[in-house]
Design a protein around this ligand. Structure first.
Ligand code: SR1
Length: 394
């Protein structure tokens, strides 16, 4: 893998992005190429470059020094590009088939050059269009179990684990999550964004001190529990999918945090689809939720039995307690994600894309109520089947 050494940051254009991949011989100098900026996320430029003759494509992703979703008034560290490239490489050691290949990085330019996955669709878009993605939950369950186990104290010498935790220290991006997921939606904060019809329901959240107390506990877990190297932003917009493939992208929020956070974000985003779908299509998503947890826990359990270096791993009851903690965290974080994507900064198309305003407001109220219940009931629920029953009834 090439590591470029540019002296200073400059925003790429379609022309300079092409120059760069040619300089690096990722695409030959003589090749006829096309280049398009295709980024539709909140934070980065994404250039897709294609060799017209061979059909080979590469992606050049460049971090912007501010959050695109807000504008230049919200400066953002460029170090996140290095975090993202290193997280793709680290997670790629454990699940090479589930992340894109990285061809080159440049810390000063804040770029990662990687495999083009545009034959796949962003899972959120596909799910909104009614896709079933039969491999999605099995692949993500596997991704979660292998990346989280392999970077935790269950698998690593404590020196190695702590060195990784230092390498992946990501305070600026964590602060975004702390504010946008855990704090702002539970207060009357100016980053919040919701329709006037939701004001009653939102004020109900702000007055619910039991809920705010539980949100505070979840925030504390997020801030203090360095359990494993998380993706850090594992929503359905961070996953490419097709009938036969799944690839996890965009780990710029990666850091050492609580294992349930990645699982909770993924499941929370599936819950939006449970809310908006009907009949058989809803059942498919409920099955994905159940299967994600089941695959995650069964693969983690096998890794625990065969590969754990933790002496306490064999103490009767420890594994069950460890899994129950992850389960309860997962539900709480899923609940926070449901609430923040409904009334906070940075919404989801699953809800905002509903054209009929009555239906949209009703779906958003359901998202808020479901998020609240998951946070409040997370310690009472002990099995994924209970969650499925609850989601079917609500
Ligand atoms: C300012 S960034 C807003 C959101 O986009 C990312 O995908 C994260 O979810 C973040 O919270």
């Amino acid at each position: 893998m090439a590591i470029l050494e540019k002296q200073k940051y400059e925003a790429l254009t379609e022309e300079t992005a092409v120059q760069l991949v040619k300089e690096l011989n990722i695409i030959p100098e003589s090749a006829q190429v096309t280049c398009q900026e295709i980024g539709d996320g909140n934070l980065n430029y994404v250039f897709k470059i294609r060799d017209e003759e061979t059909g080979k494509g590469v992606i050049v992703k460049q971090a912007l020094p501010y959050a695109k979703v807000v504008g230049e008034s919200w400066p953002l560290t460029l170090k996140r590009a290095t975090i993202e490239a290193n997280a793709l490489k680290k997670h790629g050691e454990f699940v090479p088939n589930l992340v894109p290949k990285v061809y080159a990085t440049d810390e000063n330019l804040a770029i990662t050059i990687m495999e083009d996955l545009s034959h796949l669709t962003i899972a959120r878009t596909g799910l909104i269009n009614g896709e079933a993605y039969p491999k999605l939950s099995g692949d993500i369950g596997e991704y979660l179990a292998r990346t989280l186990f392999s970077t935790s104290d269950l698998a690593l010498h404590p020196f190695e684990k702590k060195a990784l935790a230092v390498e992946f220290s990501n305070p600026e991006l964590c602060k975004i999550t702390e504010d946008l997921i855990f704090t702002d939606p539970f207060f009357d904060h100016d980053t919040n964004d919701f329709e006037p019809e939701l004001r009653g329901a939102v004020e109900g959240l702000w007055e619910n001190n039991q809920l705010r107390l539980e949100a505070a506990k979840l925030k504390k877990s997020f801030v203090t529990e360095a359990e494993a190297l998380l993706h850090g932003d594992l929503h359905s917009g961070s996953i490419f999918a097709s009938e036969t493939e799944t690839k996890v992208i965009d780990p710029e929020f990666a850091f050492y945090g609580p294992i349930g956070f990645d699982i909770g974000l993924f499941l929370g985003n599936l819950v939006f689809q449970v809310i908006v779908r009907e009949g058989e299509k809803k059942t498919i998503v409920l099955d994905h939720i159940e299967n994600t947890w089941n695959v995650f826990s069964s693969v983690l359990s096998q890794l625990w039995e065969k590969e754990s270096v933790e002496p306490f791993a064999k103490v009767p009851g420890y594994k069950e307690a460890y899994f129950q903690k992850i389960f309860s965290d997962t539900l709480g974080f899923a609940g926070c994600e449901l609430i923040r994507r409904t009334i906070g900064l940075s919404h989801v198309k699953d809800l905002d894309g509903i054209e009929d305003s009555e239906q949209r407001i009703s779906a958003k109220k359901t998202a808020l109520a479901t998020g609240t219940a998951l946070i409040l009931k997370r310690n009472e629920m002990t099995a994924i089947e209970e969650v499925i029953t609850f989601l079917k009834e609500n």
